[in-house]
Design a protein around this ligand. Structure first.
Ligand code: ZN
Length: 62
């Protein structure tokens, strides 16, 4: 009888690259781009970064 351990899928946090179980990762919903974060701290940081990028992108629009 082979007893296999349940494989825990892990992903790397988009901000600090720390590996976390997929089930514990924070993912922003309703977005085209799927990002994963180890916690709300990194999620908040990513939100700030993306907001900054949005503002910069507007100057590029024609
Ligand atoms: Zn992180």
């Amino acid at each position: 009888m082979d007893k296999k351990l349940p494989e825990v899928e892990k992903i790397a946090c988009d901000i600090c690259r720390k590996e976390v179980p997929l089930s514990e990762a924070k993912t922003p919903e309703a977005m085209d781009y799927v990002a994963h974060f180890c916690g709300l701290e990194c999620y908040a940081k990513w939100q700030q970064d993306s907001e900054t990028k949005d503002q910069q992108g507007e100057t590029d629009k024609k």
